[in-house]
Design a binder for this molecule. Structure first.
Ligand code: HEC
Length: 146
């Protein structure tokens, strides 16, 4: 019993330490937190591709994949089919990019273009539809979404 409890504690710790966002979003704070890890991972991915650190880039892709997967039920529950579609498209783009970066010879220019497209067509597309505000005043959901 005791080792079971310790085992569970270790598991929880490992989960918390992994930096992977929670699997369900229920508050505005959780949503914003996930978006901040999105920004970090997306920036990290672009930077890593630019410097040829493809293994690092793939680690960032894993975080982005996890985040988009977490976002899917959030937007599905709100019946925002267009957002769900953007997320699905995003996951496909991440898979394709991951494959490019795992190849024996990486086409860096093509990977950079694909990463940029991901930012515009996935992050950018959803922000255009559902986000308002700016870095100065803070970002928010468009009214009626959350
Ligand atoms: C399916 C919709 C959707 C996708 C995809 C999406 N976002 Fe967001 N994002 C939002 C909404 C809505 C907000 C406004 C609410 C908020 O700020 O928490 C937001 C807010 C943000 C913020 C501001 C967080 C804050 O409140 O300070 C950042 C940074 C951000 N997103 C980065 C990204 C990046 C980078 C990506 C792509 C990897 C991305 N987002 C993909 C919907 C999305």
């Amino acid at each position: 019993m005791r080792s079971l409890v310790i085992g569970a504690a270790v598991l929880v710790f490992a989960w918390a330490a992994s930096g992977i966002a929670q699997s369900k979003i229920t508050t505005l704070e959780e949503y914003a937190k996930l978006m901040k890890t999105n920004a970090q991972a997306n920036g990290g991915m672009n930077k890593a591709i630019g410097s040829g650190a493809y293994a690092d880039a793939r680690t960032q892709i894993a975080t982005l994949r996890q985040n988009l997967t977490t976002l899917q039920p959030f937007w599905a529950e709100r019946k925002r089919d267009d957002a769900v579609k953007i997320l699905k498209d995003g996951l496909g783009r991440l898979d394709a990019l991951d494959k490019m970066l795992g190849a024996a010879t990486v086409d860096q220019v093509a990977a950079q273009a694909a990463a940029k497209e991901f930012g515009g067509n996935v992050c950018g597309a959803c922000h255009k539809a559902y986000r308002e505000g700016d870095a100065q005043t803070g970002f928010r959901f468009r009214p009626g979404v959350f």
